[in-house]
Design a protein around this ligand. Sequence first.
Ligand code: FRU
Length: 457
Amino acid sequence: MTVDKWILDNTAQVNTTYKPKAHFSAPIGWINDPNGFVYYKGEYHLFYQFHPYSAKWGPMHWGHAKSQDLVNWTHLPVALTPDQPYDKGGCFSGTALVQGDKLILMYTGVSEKEGQACQVQCIAESTDGLHFEKSPHNPVIDERHVKNTADFRDPKIFMRENKYYSLVASTEEGIGNVLLFESDDLADWRFKSTFLTAKPHQGRIWECPDLFELDGKDILIVSPIAFAPDGYRYTNVNSSVYFVGKVDWATYTFIPESYDEIDSGLDFYAPQTLVDDKKRRLLIAWQQMWGRTMPTDELGHRWAGSMVIPRELRLVDGKLTQSVVSEFHEKLKLSSSQIVKDRYKGPVTLYTQIETKEAFSIEIGSASDSLEFTYDGAVLTIDRTKLTRQIQGEETYSSVRKKEYSSEKLVVRLYVDESCCEIIVNDEVAFSTTFYLETETPEIKITGAELKVTTYS
Ligand code: FRU
């Protein structure tokens, strides 16, 4: 039976209680990283790490969906299955490149050699955005190019001056780095440079690199494992970090000027970006985290994982700003807004805005089962410790995340969508978090401010 037939036959078994409506999730099974996020022939394509057969990570496929508005997604046949000797352990993360009519995917093939993981880089192509052919030259980057293929993954493919380039995550003596490769024809690749190496505290491998220009600077995004906590920052074992700087194309290296984490919440990892026909730089990320218990799996709901709502990025005074794409407001069936002074009862599929100069707190759920977000005038805090259904993680920190922040006025946007919550403050600070309420009739309690609530269906 093909994987697509299996998905079709089994999707009716999925329990959708916690399934988000405006956040992307797969029809069934486990998802992690977004892959090959790209604008192709007038549509947005999203591929993703996918294990359809259970709500746990397993041999990775590339799931596939497309959208015209980044809000309503159409599920498409699975794009890549682990069916070749070089990828039978999984088709790991990668990226896409549009070349005229062609959609090129570059991904990591995983297999086992002498009891060790062997990670190699591979190409697949399509001309209809639906069927993908793996290259006969696969694997195109492997042990001929590097010594360490045990941790060597997540190629970011791009073009520059008629040559193909690929940035690949690697590690040396327990310290993450990003290696750059070059090719004229996608088949023959040569090692070009070590593009950037982590400082010892910046993580042992930099997964899922991305590179793009934004408002006059070059931005390198990586997802480091074990970036050392620094005050309230980098307190998840897996962080997502952006470096602002410049690529020196004479030496093929990245010269960083500053860096910071992208999202301050509990669930945000492996972001990827695209540029669309409106020249917007848009980011999507897995709204989950490694090493955590997964409530929808524990409950036997047969699905796990979602993506954040795509965000538009800008660089303002050297800092990344993020706002949910305008299509969210234009394309969803939104109700008219109502002002709420202390308590809102109703479905927790809603968009809410708070404008304030003062401290405030907002609680979603009930007195004994809630997600809480507060501002005390100096620090923003998201607190998941008051939920009945706790999510266990490998972090030494409890499920509270904080960010120092001060501003004359706060515009706080909350996107609450069943088990997904994203909070974006002044387009400058984002908290992405999941929560699974057991309370049957949740409500929102607000103190210190008013809420402007808009629901959607
Ligand atoms: C990041 C990651 C990637 C890898 C993929 C496997 O979350 O660990 O490095 O390619 O997930 O599913």
